[in-house]
Design a protein around this ligand. Sequence first.
Ligand SMILES: Nc1ncnc2c1ncn2[C@@H]1O[C@H](COP(=O)(O)OP(=O)(O)OP(=O)(O)O)[C@@H](O)[C@H]1O
Ligand SMILES: [Mg+2]
Length: 403
Amino acid sequence: MNFKILLIDDNAKNLQVAMGILSKEGYNLVYAQDGEKGLELAKSGDIDLILLDIIMPKLDGYEVCKKLKLHETTKEIPVIFLTVKDEEQDIITGFEEGGIDYVTKPFYTEVLLKRVKTHLNLSKTTKELQHLNENLEQQVQQQVQSLRLKDQVLFQQAKMASMGEMIANIAHQWRQPLGAISATTLGLKTKFALDKFELDNEQGIKKCKKQVDEKLDDIENYVNILSNTISDFRNFFKPQKDLNVFESASVIESSLKLLSYTLQNGDITIVKDINSVKITGFESELSQAVINILNNAKDALNEQEDLKKFIFISTKRIENEAHIIIKDSAGGIKSENKKDIFKPYFTTKIENDGTGIGLWMSREIVENHMGGKIEAKNVTYTYENEELKGAEFTIKIPISIKK
Ligand SMILES: Nc1ncnc2c1ncn2[C@@H]1O[C@H](COP(=O)(O)OP(=O)(O)OP(=O)(O)O)[C@@H](O)[C@H]1O
Ligand SMILES: [Mg+2]
């Protein structure tokens, strides 16, 4: 590398000597005979090192150095002061103004060369390190970005994975109102077919109109139920960006509603103890976390035979946190799995196509999106005079997220 050195000295003789010594080493040299010019040259070119005389008319060396250190493009250039006498005060002031070294005049060739070489190498290494550092920072940022993207994809995948089950639940929830609509319309049709209404007098017509109105109201209610289930379903799959205010009880209710068919089918009894808490956060994400835990409880319960199948859900406020506690009676998490259950892709449900994303996702939501904590432990407890054993998951979230 061909280094470029700038010499600033008002004394032509000194310049000549210094340039004579340095040119032999093949350095690229430029010079100025006063401070102003020196500053201009420093700003205009890619200077690697400056040799700066202290005593000069107009701008002295200290002033020049101060200005160099204030300017964005020149502040990093190392400055070596040239002093006639190695007076202590000269040297100290030089260092205070931002010089990194000094050389006394008259020059000893070896000393001048050694100092120049040392500082050029030092500054080259510093620049390389800075460059490396910037690169590293950029790389880390890129990695973080790509990890974030992966998380988002994983999230969406996990939602899709639960979609099949959700559809089964929606279909089940639709069955009852659809059946009711069908029965209502059929009832009306039959009545008309059998000429049950006396439409030949005013009173008969009034009676008929009243009954038809009532039935139409019923049908409208059933249609509303159908439409609400679809909204629940849509909200569940929509990524949530904005905070909203909601009740912890409604998170529990909506999660249970979405899973009602699955839970009923498994003959599972739900026991609730609700002291609802108002939360500012991401409602549908929190529902997702709760659904994942409920699904696991259901899986664990369905794996067992001859067991009383319970899921206990409670919510309450503790200081500035909302707690949601979900406990089952399926025997608990196997001790060898305890440390792994929150890791992505950890699953013991190989045969049932478990993805192992459920609890990882719940933790992401609770801890990284909502600033809370999720914990799991095994518990033994008594319910209705019976001793039960199972896993207990506690979600703790601040009632208001600090963004
Ligand atoms: N309530 C529970 N009782 C016993 N073990 C549990 C319970 N909840 C989770 N586990 C264990 O933790 C593991 C990881 O759970 P996670 O929800 O992350 O994945 P998964 O349920 O296996 O797969 P997926 O959620 O995709 O169906 C489960 O495979 C199971 O071994
Ligand atoms: Mg799961």
